[in-house]
Design a protein around this ligand. Structure first.
Ligand SMILES: [Mg+2]
Length: 324
């Protein structure tokens, strides 16, 4: 089990490395990856960036980490106005970008940030129709695992849901997206207390399933979309051909957890995620955050960390978040 500050570093670095491995081949198919598997950091490709360049997934994760790193950021209700401002700065002023360039912006996120800039309240900014269930909240939610509510030994699931909903809704207002974030954070929480990936996947279901029976919140309605493999526990039995790696939040959670459960090192987990094709950077970022927590920073190949953009700044952010 990692100590607190080591876990925060491993989560942020693990997520960013996964993102950077996927950036050069984003949108390319699984067939293309079979013929030419990604085995390490590449340069150029889809977004024409140098090796080690991470994208929106990491940028918005770091914006949220900055908000939580402020005084009382991890204990009080999150300052959504602060997170909103940082997101606007990322979108329009290249704040927390890898190379001074904002690229790879999702549709719902782009709409939401436009609304934030026009003064719409953060809780009302995220598009909330059923077709707005991309993975853009899931890809940036991991720092919330370090909030006091998610860290509590006796987890209050209603409070954890409310916190997750508030933060997710800044860009994605539909409860299906929030439920994806919620299940992901349940797995992250178990990894943080030293459980193996398989044990964390089990504990997530043991906590979520009874809570999702009680019928008090929109989560219950959305649970059926996660029932097939995640809430039923049958995900590890699925062949790769059954796993979709699109930008839909349900697909991304399934794909990232599948990679985590099918492999037993950090590198194998994130490379599997990238080589699923399609939304490579986000699948690998979502998987990579969990794999960082599961295996620790020492398990991330040194040659990948060496080229990771702004590594020192990420480590500084992790230290500030740990100290908050
Ligand atoms: Mg991206």
């Amino acid at each position: 089990m990692l100590n607190h500050s080591a876990a925060i570093r491993a989560a942020l670095l693990g997520l960013a490395v996964g993102d950077a491995l996927g950036v050069p081949v984003e949108f390319l198919s699984r067939v293309a990856r079979r013929q030419d598997p990604v085995t390490g950091m590449r340069a150029f490709g889809t977004h024409r960036q140098p090796a080690g360049t991470w994208s929106d997934d990491s940028s918005l994760t770091f914006c949220l980490a900055e908000t939580l790193a402020r005084p009382t950021g991890r204990t009080a209700a999150p300052d959504l106005a602060d997170f909103a401002q940082r997101s606007i700065n990322w979108r329009y002023n290249a704040y927390w970008t890898a190379t001074g360039e904002t690229f790879d912006v999702g549709n719902a996120t782009s709409t939401a940030i436009g609304r934030l800039q026009r003064g719409i309240a953060p809780t009302a900014a995220g598009p909330s129709s059923e077709s707005d269930n991309g993975n853009g909240a899931l890809m940036r939610i991991l720092p919330l695992a370090f909030h006091e509510i998610w860290q509590a030994e006796n987890l209050d699931l209603n409070a954890a849901w409310a916190l997750t909903e508030a933060v997710a809704s800044v860009t994605h207002g539909h409860p299906r997206s929030t439920l994806g974030c919620f299940l992901y954070l349940l797995v992250a929480r178990s990894l943080l207390i030293g459980r193996s990936p398989a044990a964390a996947f089990l504990q997530m279901r043991q906590l979520a399933n009874p809570w999702l029976e009680r019928g008090s919140i929109p989560a219950v309605v959305e649970a059926k979309y996660y029932r097939q493999w995640v809430l039923s526990g049958t995900l590890p039995d699925q062949p790769e051909s059954a796993i979709s790696s699109s930008g839909y939040v349900v697909d991304t959670l399934e794909a990232a957890l599948w990679c985590l459960l099918e492999h037993d090192t950090y590198a194998a987990t994130v490379l599997a995620a990238v080589n699923l094709g399609d939304d490579t950077d986000t699948t690998a970022a979502v998987a990579g955050g969990l794999a960082g927590l599961a295996y620790g920073e020492a398990a991330i190949p040194a040659e990948w960390l060496e080229v990771l953009a702004r590594r020192v700044d990420i480590e500084d952010l992790a230290a500030r978040l740990a100290g908050a």
